[in-house]
Design a protein around this ligand. Structure first.
Ligand SMILES: [Zn+2]
Length: 117
């Protein structure tokens, strides 16, 4: 197994352990994090990311960041693209936090995989 495959697999395990449903979505290279009305969390990754596991790990760790940092804490009036009160700075901050969380998580996984095996 390559390092990128391993990092992605560990991220998928984190999702599972955190009770976040994971599924591939067709015809996309994007990710999305959703919480349904029963408070169940899901992450969908575009299946085009299967061709680039490094990018897939980047997107999955970002979506996990939304789960760990933002679950039930986002003001959808300010965040949703459909909202008339959308606040670009607020949305940017949310995305930056998820990016930073994802980068830290991937770095920690790589460190463990490279040095602690
Ligand atoms: Zn995001």
């Amino acid at each position: 197994m390559t390092k990128e495959e391993k990092v992605f697999k560990i991220l998928q395990q984190y999702a599972k352990q955190s009770l976040v449903d994971f599924a591939w979505a067709r015809d996309s290279d994007l990710g999305i994090y959703l919480v349904n009305s029963e408070s169940c969390s899901s992450i969908y990754l575009g299946e085009l990311l299967k061709n680039d596991l490094k990018q897939a790990s980047k997107v999955l760790s970002h979506e996990l960041g939304h789960h760990y940092l933002h679950r039930n804490k986002i003001d959808m009036k300010k965040y949703s693209r459909e909202s008339e009160q959308r606040d670009e700075n607020y949305s940017k901050l949310i995305e930056t936090e998820a990016d930073a969380f994802g980068a830290g998580l991937r770095a920690a996984i790589r460190l463990e995989w490279c040095y602690l095996q």
